[in-house]
Ligand binder design. Structure first.
Ligand code: 3DU
Length: 212
């Protein structure tokens, strides 16, 4: 059984609140990223968190340790309960995110392999496997691995074991189906197939059932 995370990549507070309200009761977490935050500011986090749903900041952080620690301070002060970071900046940068999240009672997730075709240029294969090992060693709470390549996510699962979570984007608009990936992961991440739907609540309900 996999959780359902909504990738709320809409623009503007009004649309974010409309979609999140429509999906209330169907979601395990909301993932926010640059499209929403750049259009609304971080104040939207407290608004979304009013319905007691965890908010995960998908900022794919990729910087030096000090900057990463400063980013964590802002993300968790704003009310997020998780943060997503890149791993390729190295173990010290990754550790700053993991420690920054844990110091604030939050969770840290590491992007190991991405779901789009261009991921095969760098964020896949041996690089992804190495980053999964690094994420485990750093004490990350989980990794991000692709629903579009279940066979790769299965390999990454074998590296990190069952005590870490895997959240998996690529379901819906990018072509993967919940049934392809649910047995390897703890949660599926769905964006456009829910928020662009004429009835986001119904779409979320259907994805939730298919992820069971
Ligand atoms: O394709 P969708 O609209 O379902 O959105 C997928 C979300 O997951 C989106 O926020 C994107 O930035 C994020 N994501 C990936 O799609 C692929 C990754 O490897 C990591 C994050």
């Amino acid at each position: 059984m996999a959780e359902l995370l909504l990738a709320l990549d809409v623009k503007g507070a009004e649309e974010a609140i409309r979609v999140s309200r429509a999906c209330e009761g169907e979601l395990d977490a909301i993932k926010i990223g640059y499209p929403l935050i750049l259009s609304t500011g971080m104040g939207i986090v407290k608004e979304l968190a009013k319905s007691n749903i965890p908010i995960i900041a998908d900022f794919k952080v990729a910087d030096i340790p000090n900057t990463n620690a400063l980013i964590c301070e802002e993300v968790f002060a704003a009310g997020c309960s998780g943060i997503i970071t890149h791993v390729f900046c190295g173990s010290d940068s990754l550790q700053a995110i993991v420690d920054g999240a844990h110091d604030h009672g939050g969770r840290a997730f590491a992007v190991c392999e991405m779901s789009h075709p261009g991921a095969l240029d760098f964020l896949s294969g041996a690089n992804a496997e190495r980053m999964a090992k690094m994420a485990k060693e750093a004490g990350a709470d989980g990794i991000i691995a692709p629903a579009t390549r279940p066979e790769r996510t299965e390999i990454l699962r074998s590296i990190i074991g069952n005590s870490m979570k895997i959240y998996s984007p690529g379901v819906g608009a990018q072509g993967a189906q919940p049934e392809d990936i649910k047995k390897y992961v703890d949660g599926i991440i769905v964006g456009r197939a829910i928020y662009e739907s004429a009835d986001p609540g119904k779409a979320a309900h259907e994805f939730r059932l298919r992820a069971l």
